[in-house]
Design a binder for this molecule. Structure first.
Ligand code: PAF
Length: 287
């Protein structure tokens, strides 16, 4: 296996499986961090969390065409394998799985995994086919690697719930670990898409996290979610966001609509457009 940026790189499923099998034969535990590259400290926190829980960490970098819709940013999504490999090596990652599109979707590929319930609504309603693309590639990646655990950021909270459901429903023998969002000092959640923001938009962007915290505080005072979320969307537009896809309070596990903070943990989720970027964020509220 050749190394790039100081980390060994597997390009094929066969090479990935050979390495993971070898580690297993030595009695080593394996953690897996699936990514689309353009890595930042949020991704590296997943690698660090993997190293705390397992002996070896595998990360994948694959910009998955199946989860981008027409007109979305697939072609301009940043690709920087050398830099990503160096970051992974620096964080202590043991292996990078970087397959090409033909390795993941060979000619004749005809299977799609669709997760009901948690995939519907929020980003699922606005990005048709997105979560089927995510569920399909994550099912493939988990079965290709067969790690003990796989780590995903809470920043993509709906995606995390879709993956938890997928793994439970298909009995995929992998533990799913959600890792808290890493934020800039001003509250902006780290995201590969933040690089699309101009300097002025970057100044406005932390309003997304601010309004989520205001909704959480209001829910804590017993105020109705609908009013709080409507006000949050207005505040985002006033702050300079172009449009708001949603600000909603949902049950933290099922993602069903929630009117008030009553007995069960909630998640407040938001998606909004700022310049050429679509930003998402979420925070939890405990009863
Ligand atoms: O969160 C991501 O980067 C992607 O959606 C994932 C989970 C790697 C699947 O392509």
């Amino acid at each position: 296996m050749r190394a790039v940026g100081g980390v060994a790189v597997a390009r094929t499923v066969a090479a990935l499986r050979t390495q993971v099998r070898e580690w297993r034969a030595q009695g080593l535990g394996v953690a897996f961090v699936p990514t689309m590259g353009a890595l930042h400290d949020g991704h590296l926190s997943l690698v660090r969390a993997g190293l705390e829980r397992a002996d070896r960490v595998v990360a994948s970098v694959f910009v998955n065409p199946a989860q981008f819709g027409p007109g979305e940013d697939f072609s301009r999504y940043p690709r920087q394998e050398e830099a990503d490999a160096a970051l992974l090596a620096g964080a202590g990652c043991h292996l990078l799985f970087a397959p090409g599109v033909a390795e993941m979707y060979p000619p004749g590929f005809a299977t799609t995994v669709t997760v009901g319930g948690v995939s519907e609504g929020l980003c699922g309603a606005l990005r048709p086919g997105h979560f089927a693309g995510v569920a399909t590639v994550v099912a493939k990646l988990l079965l290709q690697c067969l790690p003990d655990i796989a780590l995903f950021g809470e920043k993509d909270y709906q995606q995390l719930q879709v993956i938890r459901r997928l793994v439970r429903d298909l009995d995929i023998p992998v533990g799913v670990v959600g890792v808290p969002t890493v934020r800039e000092a001003d509250g902006l959640a780290l995201s590969s898409r933040n690089r699309y923001l101009s300097a002025e938009e970057r100044r406005i962007a932390p309003a997304l996290h601010r309004v989520l915290r205001e909704v959480a505080a209001g829910l804590g005072r017993g105020e109705p979610a609908l009013d709080l979320c409507r006000r949050a969307a207005e505040d985002l537009l006033a702050a300079g966001f172009l449009s708001v896809d949603y600000v909603e309070a949902r049950d933290a596990e099922t993602l069903s609509a929630a009117g008030k903070l009553e007995g069960r943990p909630l998640r407040i989720l938001a998606a909004a457009r700022l310049g050429g970027a679509r930003l998402i964020d979420n925070i939890g509220v405990e009863p």
